[in-house]
Each structure stands twice: as structure tokens, then as C-alpha cells.
Design a protein around this ligand. Structure first.
Ligand code: C2E
Ligand code: MG
Ligand code: MG
Ligand code: MG
Length: 297
């Protein structure tokens, strides 16, 4: 990557790079346009307590609805938004939408659960994130503790590098002081150093779905998940398994003592209206035959 080789180095553009660059520029322009034309939506996916089958958190997942292409996956546009700085207005839009959805769910009589928002490193490096969360939650009379931010391990490390200022404090600690919960997303796929778990208190670890996929058949994955659970238990950090799609994965997780899960087995991400159904005292409907699997041993 040209960027990695330093800004002052010249790069010879191959046709492949050229077409990638063109796609990047095109996506950047139409994403900017989409933000202005309100084609950005926020969907929600529940995180489930396996024991009680209750929804404990909703994860907000951004969606770009293009009139021609339909829904464009965030895996396609988030990296570009991060590179171009568009992630800042995009992230702010998501935050505003989440707060306003929570306010309207409450107004409609639903009991709220915390909502998890994915936050990129570039958003975290702007000290204004905390001020913005304070401002938006206060304006809607919501407690900041009803918000959780999901950070990847690399985002956690980048702020470690960038904000060692005189105050001796950093964004994550300040957000936690405000009451915002912090989750590590895609845990196990980033940096291998666990030192940040010592430096920052985090509330939960989300085990990346690449460890869950073959959990039942791959003894290495099984060992890794078991080790994460053991470590987190000692550190008193909650663990959520991502990407749970099958009953046998759920059963394996239950046996390992994993209490929380998220995945298509329970529910796919859905609109704010659908999310309200999850909130309304609704336990995730699991067929009777299978619920035995969920009984606490
Ligand atoms: P993530 O934060 O790890 O979110 C989980 C992703 O896994 C979501 O993909 C979700 O739809 C998908 N998923 C959930 N259950 C299952 C399952 O059982 N099987 C499989 N195969 N997938 C499952 P999505 O919505 O496409 O988002 C992809 C990524 O984009 C997110 O990964 C997150 O890193 C990023 N992202 C999404 N929304 C935002 C946002 O508002 N801001 C930022 N900065 N990043 C976002
Ligand atoms: Mg996430
Ligand atoms: Mg994840
Ligand atoms: Mg992910």
C-alpha cells in the first residue's frame, strides 16, 4: 500500500490499483451523497442471554440503502469511510439515530436495553466523541450507561499510542467515567498482546465469529474459546460469542459456560421497528424441543 510506504514516496500505479482507486473515489463520492440524502439507515441485532433467553443489548449496524444497488454492506464502505475521514460524520449520524430510536422506543412504552455502537479509531481520536455522547444523551434524557461502544483491538491500541497527553488520561477511560460501557469487538483477531486488558477496564469481549464457526469440529477453536472464557471470568469481563448460527454451536458454548451470544440463530439485524419487538418483553422464540439445550445445568 502506498500509504504504508510513506507519503513522500512515489508509487507506480498498476491497472489493478488504478481500478481500486477509482472504486474508492466513486464510493467516497456516493457515500457523501447518501449521507446528505438520508440513505443511511441503522439496523439492530439483539445480543442474547443464553440462560434467560432475554435480549440484553442491541447492536446498531449501519446500512447504506442505494436506490439501484440495494443494501451495500458496511464491510465495503466502512474501510473507505475510515480512510477518507467520512467515518466522523457517518459515525455521528449513527449515534444521533441510535439516541433518537431509543428515545422513541421509550416513548412508545418499551423497556430499554443498552445499545452497542461500533466506533472506529478515527472517531475515538476526536476528543469530541465524549462531549457528543454527553450532549446527545442529556438532550434525550438518557443515561450514558445505556450506550456501549464496540472497539476493535487495533482501535484500542491506536488510542494508546495517540493520547498519552499530560492529563494522563485517554478517551476510553473518560468514556467509562461517563458511564459508557466498552466492548472489545472481534476479539482474538487483532493484536495478540493482552496488555490493554490490564490498562483499561472493559465490560465485555466479543469472541470473533471465526472462532465460533468451527467450534464444534475444530479442537483448536474449542481450546481458544475455552481459554478466552477462563481469562475473562478471572478478569470479571462478560463474554459474548459472535456469529452463532447453529444449535450445536450454542450447545457447545453453553457447555463451555458462555452466557451471551449473538447470531442468525437468534435473529438477523432488523429495522428499528423490528428492534422494538425484541424489546417488548419478548424472549427470543426458540422451538420447544430445543429449549432443553438452554436450561441451566
Ligand atoms: P461487527 O461489529 O463485528 O458486527 C457483526 C457483523 O456480523 C454484522 O455484519 C452482522 O450482521 C454479522 N452477523 C451477525 N450474526 C451473524 C451470523 O450468525 N453469521 C454471520 N455470518 N454474520 C453475522 P455487518 O452488519 O455487515 O457489519 C460488518 C461490520 O461493519 C461490523 O462488524 C463493524 O465492524 C462494521 N460496522 C457496522 N456498522 C458500523 C458503524 O455504525 N460504525 C462503524 N465504525 N463500523 C460499523
Ligand atoms: Mg460490532
Ligand atoms: Mg464483531
Ligand atoms: Mg466484525
Amino acid at each position: 500500500q502506498a500509504k504504508e510506504r510513506g507519503r513522500n514516496n512515489f508509487q507506480v500505479f498498476s491497472p489493478v490499483m488504478d481500478s481500486k482507486l477509482k472504486e474508492r473515489v466513486a464510493i467516497e463520492a456516493s457515500l457523501r451523497d447518501a449521507l446528505e440524502k438520508s440513505r443511511i439507515e441503522v439496523h439492530y441485532q439483539p445480543l442474547i442471554d443464553i440462560e434467560t433467553r432475554r435480549v440484553v443489548t442491541l447492536e446498531a449496524l449501519v446500512r447504506w440503502k442505494d436506490p439501484e444497488e440495494g443494501y451495500i454492506s458496511p464491510t465495503r464502505f466502512i474501510p473507505i469511510a475510515e480512510e477518507t475521514g467520512l467515518i466522523v460524520p457517518l459515525g455521528d449520524f449513527v449515534l444521533q439515530r441510535v439516541i433518537s430510536d431509543m428515545a422513541s422506543w421509550r416513548k412508545q412504552g418499551s423497556v430499554l436495553v443498552p445499545v452497542a455502537v461500533n466506533v472506529s479509531a478515527a472517531q475515538l481520536q476526536r476528543a469530541s466523541l465524549r462531549a457528543r455522547i454527553e450532549e446527545l444523551t442529556r438532550a434525550s434524557d438518557l443515561s450514558p450507561s445505556m450506550l456501549q461502544i464496540e472497539l476493535t483491538e487495533s482501535a484500542m491500541f491506536e488510542q494508546q499510542d495517540s493520547r498519552q497527553d499530560d492529563s494522563g488520561t485517554d478517551e476510553v477511560s473518560e468514556l467509562r467515567t461517563l458511564g459508557v460501557r466498552v466492548a472489545i469487538d472481534d476479539f482474538g483477531t487483532g493484536y495478540s498482546s493482552l496488555s490493554y486488558l490490564k490498562r483499561w477496564r472493559v465490560d465485555c469481549l466479543k469472541i470473533d465469529r471465526s472462532f465460533i464457526r468451527d467450534l464444534v469440529t475444530d479442537t483448536n477453536d474449542h481450546a481458544i474459546v475455552a481459554a478466552i472464557l477462563a481469562m475473562a471470568q478471572h478478569l470479571r469481563i462478560k463474554v459474548i460469542a459472535e456469529g452463532v448460527e447453529t444449535w450445536s454451536q450454542l450447545e457447545a458454548l453453553r457447555r463451555l459456560g458462555c452466557r451471551y451470544a449473538q447470531g442468525y440463530l437468534f435473529a438477523e439485524p432488523g429495522s428499528a421497528a423490528r428492534a422494538r419487538d425484541f424489546l417488548n418483553g419478548h424472549r427470543i422464540g426458540l422451538p420447544d424441543v430445543e429449549t432443553d439445550l438452554l436450561k441451566v445445568a
